[in-house]
Design a binder for this molecule. Sequence first.
Ligand SMILES: [Zn+2]
Ligand SMILES: [Zn+2]
Length: 258
Amino acid sequence: MVRGGPILLILGAAQDGGVPHAGCRARCCEAAWADPARRRDPACAAIIDPATGRRWMIDCTPRFPEQLRRLEETSPRGDGAPLDGIFLTHAHVGHYAGLIHLGREAMGTRGVPVHAMPRMASFLRTQGPWGQLVSLGNVDLRPLEDGRAVPLSEGLSVTPFAVPHRGEYSETVGFRVAGSRCSALYLPDIDTWDRWDTPLGEALRGVDVAFLDGTFFDAGELPGRALAEVPHPLMRDTLLRLAPLPPVERAKVRFLHL
Ligand SMILES: [Zn+2]
Ligand SMILES: [Zn+2]
């Protein structure tokens, strides 16, 4: 964010399935099968506090091993502790399924704080295999509350905000990450801007940079599938919505979950 201050490191910007997508024969996926440099991991971010060496992740994707490795390479902790916490947006596979690596069959972590909204936490506690992570103490569930900031260290906090998104198993939140001089919005999944109680322009005004749902560019992106089953704001529509805003506001937007 600001030199010497906390860092928001984007560890993945693809949609839940990553690139290349399972079974996909599209040109972009074929190119990624052929060239590992073109592969893209699902959306995930790390918050790093250089002052304390502490590190948190936002979401825990199926590519958690690679993403944790990249975080280690960028910001080694030195004491072997994997993470100081994980903040979960929601219970769609690209956002939490990597938790499985914390369990007995893999890392066997002890008490990694997992911050989750009430339905998300209940889902993890009561549904296998996630419940075993809780009962064995691999993770320590910490309740999140809509709009209530979680302090991470001095001058650094994470605040969840609820957004409309298919809620089969959990609520969905985005996060506002605030340092003492800079702040960022992290919002990988939302069904529509219209059903969110915060106008997009207002959400942008409060931050320095915003990572927003860019799942589909336009309605032709998912041949053979009904877009209505997996609604997202189309990037084309989001761009039109952003068009009347001052350039300084538009320049804050980075699309992710692509
Ligand atoms: Zn997603
Ligand atoms: Zn989702």
